[in-house]
Design a binder for this molecule. Structure first.
Ligand SMILES: Nc1ncnc2c1ncn2[C@@H]1O[C@H](COP(=O)(O)OP(=O)(O)OP(=O)(O)O)[C@@H](O)[C@H]1O
Ligand SMILES: [Mg+2]
Length: 252
């Protein structure tokens, strides 16, 4: 791989005694879209959440191995997880806007950083909402509650909120599974436009979506990385029987 931004090496993760990820080693390419696919319970969300150390919030979790990002192991004890999560942002399955205005949702991370300059905040709101393809729909009601938007619009505001702190990497866990096809399509289009500037890692159960938008696809089963290739080769010419069975709908 030419430009890996993240290198996962022999990552194992346990929830208490339950072994959930087995010796995962893989690289993620910078400014590309990588899709994580696989049956329910295969460890996709667990791996995704390990990348910005969200799993640390669960007391029973133990992790071995490493994830190198910008030359440092994010699991080294001196990593500041708050800083890490500014560089590696996350968007969840259910749109989760805060019960504030659209404007305050987008500037949330900047306010946490201590930004007070109204001109800076206004510019960030406009830029982030434009990047998330939701500016036209919201520009006249920035000070209304984000909860008044449709699910698809809320999800794009959540993407704008993640973008506002200018992350390097955006993690998305089934970001369109709660949305109608038109809203999903808009989000797919947005992600394709963002990938020139951001590295995107997306978990999806929608195989057509993975094949439409991702550059590489990783197939997981039972906590193991079964196959990881360019997306075309996973979908047109899988090497492993399990991958073929999954993408042709035999299970999952
Ligand atoms: N907080 C937790 N405590 C204990 N076990 C967990 C926890 N979260 C996940 N697991 C277990 O770890 C395994 C992997 O779960 P994970 O949520 O990563 O799967 P997934 O591939 O994202 O599935 P889905 O497609 O259903 O979202 C499963 O067996 C699951 O039951
Ligand atoms: Mg999941």
């Amino acid at each position: 791989m030419e430009n890996p931004i993240l290198t996962v090496s022999e990552l194992n993760l346990y929830y208490g005694k339950k072994h959930a990820l087995f010796d995962i080693s893989m690289e993620f390419e910078e400014k590309k879209i990588t899709a994580l696919i696989g049956p329910s319970g295969s460890g996709k969300s667990t791996l995704l959440r390990s990348i910005n150390r969200m799993q640390d919030l669960i007391p029973s979790v133990t992790i071995t191995g490493s994830i190198m990002y910008k030359g440092k192991n994010i699991y080294s004890p001196n990593t500041d997880t708050i800083d890490l999560r500014k560089e590696i942002g996350m968007v969840f399955q259910q749109p989760n806007p805060f019960p504030f205005s659209i404007y305050e949702n987008v500037v949330y991370g900047l306010r946490l950083k201590g930004e007070k300059d109204k001109a800076v905040l206004d510019a960030a709101v406009e830029k982030s909402l434009k990047d998330a393809a939701i500016w036209e729909e919201t520009k006249d009601k920035l000070h209304q509650s984000a909860l008044g938007l449709s699910g698809g619009q809320q999800q794009r505001v959540c993407i704008a909120r993640a973008l506002a702190v200018n992350p390097d990497i955006i993690l998305l866990d089934e970001p369109t599974s709660a949305l109608d096809p038109i809203s999903s399509g808009k989000i797919e289009q947005t992600l394709l436009e963002l990938k020139d500037r951001y590295t995107i890692i997306i978990v999806t159960h929608n195989l057509a979506q993975a094949s439409r938008i991702s550059d590489r696809t990783a197939f997981f089963m039972d906590g193991k990385l079964v196959e990881y290739e360019k997306t075309k080769s996973i979908f047109l010419n899988p090497k492993e029987q399990d991958t073929e069975d999954y993408i042709t709908g035999k299970f999952g």
